[in-house]
Design a protein around this ligand. Structure first.
Ligand SMILES: [Zn+2]
Length: 392
């Protein structure tokens, strides 16, 4: 494996830069950043050089919604976060990196273990994607994911939970704006905080320069979160009394668009079940909601909610094909949603998401051409996370 501080040259590549295929076949990286992109004959070919004939290089993938702490094999989350989970979290991070996921946003845990992991990875002590962490989500008593410790019975308590996250060094704030399926007694349709509380929490987070992600299934929660100017709406399921995706409201979508809120749809590969039943009622509704959001120009970033039952941490490369099928996106738009667009949505486009000199060397090199078939994403040959080569 090359030394972090020596120049590595990748030759004979096709390069998709996060926007288009570019006229270059060679890339060099050194000390974590991309230092050269161009034709092989212009490059001062260094040793080590890695020949990549037949391979395509693209920006490393970004999963905008994961939970490192959750075990996908457990039906019910544990009532308390215990230190025994730490080595498992390291394993999960290593698997994500090996699959080509070079950045992930962790949207909730109970004991800030993922923040310690974030710092270990950044220091090069353990392999994994760059992590952006929310810590404990702010929720209501017995509300969605209350077992993580972020319960608040009043606006004052909610602000105290927020302050606690800031003290622990989080990168953003997560608010549960509706109930969810994973928590017994909580209902996806129900909004969890008043407009006034949500708006004041978002303002307080923004004052600390922290973005806000809001978990939203029901339409009323989506409306309040969009109105409060959160930075991303997670799930955006448009759940109404008639069920999943039954309550899309154009007027709420308009607020999302106007307030420049990103949607992080958490489409995992299990949604393939829906695609396998094309005459299903729910598929029709979900597709129609996505179609309308896409047509309106609402920006989306790919995400999986990895860690919830049955959704594994390294699944994003497989989930993207399913997301494309649900939202009816072409390959290029789908790849953008997990690279350049996701970096914009997470506010890190100055660091990653594109193949550009000076950007972090977050590189996924796959066998074949993902622009003609997204299935190629499942065959990573080389991965670099912030310039560190990862082995499967
Ligand atoms: Zn989640």
């Amino acid at each position: 494996m090359p030394d972090f501080n020596e120049t590595v040259t990748l030759t004979d590549l096709s390069i998709w830069d996060g926007d288009r295929l570019i006229d270059a076949d060679t890339l060099q990286l050194c000390a974590g950043v991309i230092t050269f992109i161009g034709q092989g004959e212009e490059a001062r070919i260094s040793d080590p050089a890695i020949s990549c004939s037949g391979l395509t290089l693209l920006p490393g993938l970004i999963d905008a919604h994961v939970h490192l702490e959750l075990n996908p094999d457990e039906k019910d989350p544990p009532d308390k976060t215990r230190p025994e989970v730490i080595p498992l979290m390291r394993e999960r991070a290593a698997k994500m990196a090996a699959a080509g996921i070079t950045t992930a946003r962790d949207l909730g845990g109970g004991a800030w273990f993922e923040l310690a992991l974030r710092d270990e990875i950044a220091a090069g002590q353990t392999p994994g994607p760059r992590l952006i962490c929310a810590g404990q989500p702010i929720t209501t008593p017995s509300g969605h994911c209350h077992f993580w410790g972020g319960q608040a019975a009043s606006a004052g308590e909610a602000h105290a939970v927020l302050k606690r996250q800031v003290e622990h060094g989080v990168d953003l704030i997560k608010i549960m704006a509706t109930g969810g399926r994973m928590t017994k007694g909580s209902q996806p349709t129900d909004a969890q905080f008043s407009q006034a509380t949500l708006s004041s929490l978002v303002a307080a987070a923004h004052q600390q320069a922290l973005p806000v992600a809001a978990h939203c299934h029901g339409t009323e929660g989506i409306r309040r979160a969009a109105h409060a100017c959160v930075d991303s709406i997670e799930h955006c399921s448009w759940v109404g009394p008639e069920g999943w995706a039954s309550d899309y409201q154009a007027e709420v979508a308009e607020i999302i668009l106007e307030n420049k809120v990103w949607v992080s749809p958490t489409v995992n590969k299990g949604w393939q079940r829906m695609l396998d039943n094309p005459s299903g009622k729910v598929l029709g509704r979900v597709r129609s909601a996505y179609q309308q959001m896409v047509d309106k120009g609402i920006p989306m970033m790919a995400s999986t909610d990895a860690g919830i039952p049955g959704v594994y941490h390294a699944d994003l490369p497989h989930a993207l094909k399913v997301f494309a099928g649900i939202a009816q996106l072409d390959q290029s738009a789908t790849l953008k949603s997990a690279t350049s667009a996701a970096a914009l949505g997470l506010g890190i486009s100055d660091i990653t998401g594109n193949i550009e000199v000076g950007k972090s060397a977050d590189l996924l090199i796959v066998d074949g051409d993902p622009l003609s078939d997204l299935a190629a994403l499942a065959n990573p040959v080389h991965v670099f996370c912030a310039g560190r080569q990862v082995t499967a």
